[in-house]
Design a protein around this ligand. Structure first.
Ligand SMILES: Cc1ncc(COP(=O)(O)O)c(C=O)c1O
Length: 374
């Protein structure tokens, strides 16, 4: 295993680079704010752990009132359970005999729930649960965004699948999963609001249909960092599964708030720490953190304190930037903080978090579920 880029007590400027930094004050503040928001709306909070992949961070969220976590993969759930998280929702569909066996075995150790959108998958899940004498909570995943993504159509299709779940041994039908993924990053608040309003209507109609047929839906879960207040105040959703709020990223930094100003509900707490390793010209620099240290799927990272810097290229281990018309303000060997374009895949590129408070290293945490994509 890669050794950590720092040790406890080191001052920030001595942390080796590239390193995944977490500002612990900002992290704790974000955890507190989301927990407070969920409690003020009277909904449960089950943060998505695919963002941080760390049971230590999950337990910090749970200590502030979260009921458990979401995971996307069985491997992530196994790591969370090993780290002491006792209540896990796989907010995703799981296919394949070996994964279903692992899921059923895990359900003997901790509370497990999973999403479904297919009758054969329900039958396979039930067979796995029976083989292990396990009990698995099941949510019917409905597609409320109308895009190509997981989930059955709201309404009759959901009713058919929920009835199937309810008839299967080893499974307990618990409610609906309705995650409006595409809505999270719609920049304009009122468009985001109207997409969620439509989603909430679909969820409510589906819930009512199921309940009229005797299939109670006490658990309705979804939502993310961009829309959490909308689902929380809907009177329909009972649980939020936002993830990115603990770290934020450059992509979420482009969302707008209701007043048209920047979306500032949470603070940036995640950074890639990087060294200026070359200065080709007065207005340019090469940093030592490239595609293997920060994800570019939502655009390049931002350099803290340099809003006008232009990304001009780079590669696996380089990030090349320019400040057109101005001198690049850092010298060779200086270190800067990058705000990643997208927090989740960036975290998955690192073995260690370096937790920093007051410019000093306070925690070294493994990214324990790094690479757990099975
Ligand atoms: C099913 C599901 N729920 C919740 C989330 C969390 O969303 P965010 O990280 O934007 O808060 C995601 C993220 O992609 C997701 O796929």
């Amino acid at each position: 295993v890669n050794s950590p880029p720092a040790s406890i007590g080191l001052s920030l400027e001595l942390v080796d680079t590239p390193a995944l930094l977490v500002d612990l004050d900002a992290l704790d503040e974000n955890i507190r704010r989301m927990a407070q928001a969920a409690s003020s709306y009277g909904v449960r909070l089950r943060p998505h752990a695919k963002t941080h992949k760390s049971p230590l961070i999950a337990l910090r969220q749970i200590a502030h009132g979260a009921v458990g976590v979401c995971c996307q993969k069985v491997g992530e759930a196994e790591v969370m359970a090993l780290g002491g998280v006792m209540d896990i929702l796989i907010a995703n569909e799981i296919w394949g005999a070996s994964k279903l066996a692992r899921l059923a075995a895990l359900a003997l150790q901790v509370k497990i729930a999973v999403c479904v959108d297919d009758a054969q998958n329900v039958a396979d899940l039930s067979a796995a649960a029976e083989a292990y004498d396990a009990n698995i909570e099941v949510l019917v995943d409905i597609n409320v965004i109308g895009d190509i993504r997981t989930g059955v159509e709201p309404g009759e299709s959901a009713l058919r699948l929920a009835s199937k779940v309810a008839s299967c041994p080893g499974l307990h039908f618990a409610g609906l999963h309705a995650y409006a993924g595409k809505a999270q990053h719609i920049r304009d608040y009122s468009t985001r609001q109207s997409v969620i309003k439509h989603a909430v209507e679909l969820v409510a109609t589906t819930r009512n249909l199921l309940e009229q047929q005797g299939l109670q839906c006490p658990w309705i879960t979804g939502s993310g960092t961009g829309t959490y207040r909308l689902e929380a105040s809907s009177g329909v959703y009972t649980e939020l599964q936002a993830g990115s709020y603990i770290f934020m990223d450059a992509d979420y930094g482009q969302n707008l708030a209701a007043d048209g100003g920047p979306y500032r509900d949470f603070e940036n707490s995640l950074f890639v720490y990087s060294t200026i390793m070359s200065r080709p010209t007065a207005d340019s620099a090469v940093l030592d953190a490239g595609l293997k240290s920060s994800s570019f799927d939502s655009g390049p990272p931002h350099i803290c304190g340099l809003p006008d810097v232009e990304w001009v290229g780079g590669g696996d281990e380089h990030f090349n930037v320019r400040t057109p018309g101005a001198r690049f303000p850092y010298a060779l060997g200086d270190k800067v903080r990058l705000i990643p374009g997208h927090c989740d895949p960036t975290v998955n590129m690192h073995d260690w978090y370096v937790g920093v408070r007051n410019e000093r290293v306070e925690a070294i945490w493994p990214v324990a579920a790094r690479g757990c994509s099975r």
